[in-house]
Design a binder for this molecule. Structure first.
Ligand SMILES: NC(=O)c1ccc[n+]([C@@H]2O[C@H](COP(=O)([O-])OP(=O)(O)OC[C@H]3O[C@@H](n4cnc5c(N)ncnc54)[C@H](O)[C@@H]3O)[C@@H](O)[C@H]2O)c1
Length: 444
């Protein structure tokens, strides 16, 4: 198959590289000339494990090329994927579809012969209808079908997720388009990935419903964590205890500082808006968003609690800035509102992240960035673990204790054991687990 991917970001680049790896002929297109130039030089503009190897291998084999030019590759394509961004629209939280529509208009003028146009971007219900209408208006003679094929990959594990998906959702009732989609994904049927064919609107809603459900699961366990702290229970054990029930499942039950990232917050806002427009309010999802928004500042109060609720003249070391490990993506990372809250309370912030610091500098230019975890902790009054990067799991605790001004660790990802840290002389606070030392203190 000849495939054009419009939008070469996290999703477009990973999808394009994986399609090429399946043996298809792929052109990844982007408006960002710098991004395309660096890809043409073999430099990957994002941090995603193994993506460099995959891109290099398939570029070398001549199956993957990069271009700022849309018309030629689209005119030759059997399938054109739209993978541009759909951020929150400023002001009202609806998905901003201007990039999708701009791409669709450009695609419309370039279509030549039967082509399947596929929205891989996360788009509200009805967007496929609008893309179809738009193409028809721009190019009445075009021979095409518009399909929804939402993407479920997770940054940090994107290639694995793309190649071994739990399911592939294809929204179209058009038989000819279905056959093209089946051919594109044929290599995955060898991995027994189920392809679910459904209506286009249903496919669009599947993506939002999936993200809303996952965000609900996280928010649920976060609230249980708060309760566990109050009643002296351990949220991780609670999560295990409920997760072993197959109806619940153990994934997405890790208590933490609240969800963030490039998808959940904007997708949750968008599904709430869609539901309001159709007068079918999603009250559970609305509560999830509100609870999650409040959580980031609540985490800052957890840190301040060690200092009588005041962080003035304190230096706080923050480990991990990206919204999750193994990505450099800072979009709506919980670290941003958390650091803002810490600074509002008067603290100076020093930070370290293995991959996210150049993105973070754009968002937060006036905090101190450090070369590693130890430089970050040096002289700090408290150390806060915000993102659970692998390299933070085995820190030299004696060195930290020696170098910090006071041995306080706030572990928002529960990667250390309260007993161990307390035994080593740290004042330690995590999420949903009361350390014995703190219990003793409050008993006194
Ligand atoms: N990032 C994820 O983990 C993830 C997972 C599943 C779904 N999604 C969805 O996929 C879509 C893309 O997300 P992303 O994270 O890859 O975004 P991104 O911002 O990383 O990439 C989007 C790219 O599209 C380019 N672009 C915009 N308009 C264009 C145009 N008209 N022509 C060519 N290029 C254009 C931009 O320059 C940018 O490089 C979004 O709808 C998102 O919700 C993302």
């Amino acid at each position: 198959m000849r495939i054009a991917v419009v939008g070469t970001g996290y999703v477009g680049l990973v999808s394009g590289a994986c399609f090429a790896d399946f043996g298809h002929q792929v052109t990844c297109i982007d408006k960002d000339a710098q991004k395309i130039a660096s890809l043409q030089r073999g430099q990957i503009p994002i941090y995603e494990p193994d993506l460099d190897r995959l891109v290099e291998h398939n570029s070398r084999a001549g199956r993957l090329v990069f271009s700022t030019e849309l018309a030629d590759p689209v005119s030759k394509a059997d399938a054109v994927f739209i993978a541009v961004g759909t951020p929150s629209r400023r002001g009202d939280g609806h998905a901003d579809l201007s990039y999708v529509y701009a791409a669709a208009e450009e695609i419309a003028l370039a279509l030549n012969g039967y082509t399947v146009v596929i929205t891989k971007s996360t788009v509200p219900v009805g967007t496929g209808d609008e893309v179809e209408r738009l193409i028809r208006d721009m190019n009445p003679a075009a021979d095409y079908a518009v399909v929804s094929n939402p993407e479920f990959l997770r940054e940090g594990a994107a290639i694995r997720d793309f190649k071994f998906p739990d399911r592939i959702v294809v929204g179209t009732e058009n038989q000819r388009a279905q056959a093209v989609m089946a051919e594109i994904y044929r290599p995955l049927s060898l991995n027994k990935a189920p392809i679910m064919y459904t209506g286009r609107r249903t496919a669009e809603l599947v993506k939002y419903a999936a993200n809303a459900f996952l965000a609900t699961k996280i928010t649920f366990i976060n609230e249980i964590a708060d309760l566990a702290e109050k009643v002296g229970a351990d949220v991780q054990e609670v999560a295990r205890g409920i997760g072993l029930d197959n109806r619940i499942g153990s994934k997405f039950l890790h208590a933490g500082p609240g969800f963030g990232g490039s998808c959940f917050p904007k997708d949750i806002r968008a599904i709430i808006k869609t539901a309001q427009d159709f007068d079918a309010h999603l009250r559970v999802v609305e509560a999830v968003l509100a609870v999650n928004d409040n959580r980031k500042r609540a985490m800052a109060r957890k840190i301040a609690a060690f200092f009588g609720g005041n962080l003035r003249h304190k230096t706080i070391a923050v480990l991990g800035l990206t919204f999750k490990p193994n990505t450099d993506d800072m979009r709506e990372a919980p670290s941003i509102p958390l650091i803002t809250a810490i600074r509002d309370m008067g603290a100076t912030v020093r930070a370290y992240d293995p991959a996210g610091m150049s993105q973070a500098r754009i968002e937060m230019p006036d905090i101190v960035y450090c070369k590693d975890a130890y430089a970050c902790a040096d002289g700090a009054d408290a150390l806060v673990i915000v993102t659970e990067w692998e390299e933070f799991r085995a820190l030299d605790l004696d060195r930290l204790k020696r170098d910090m001004a006071s041995p306080i660790i706030v572990d928002l990802r529960n990667i250390y054991s309260p007993e161990e840290l307390t035994a080593r002389g740290f004042l330690y606070q995590s999420v949903g687990r009361v350390t014995r030392a703190l219990q003793v203190e409050s008993a006194l």
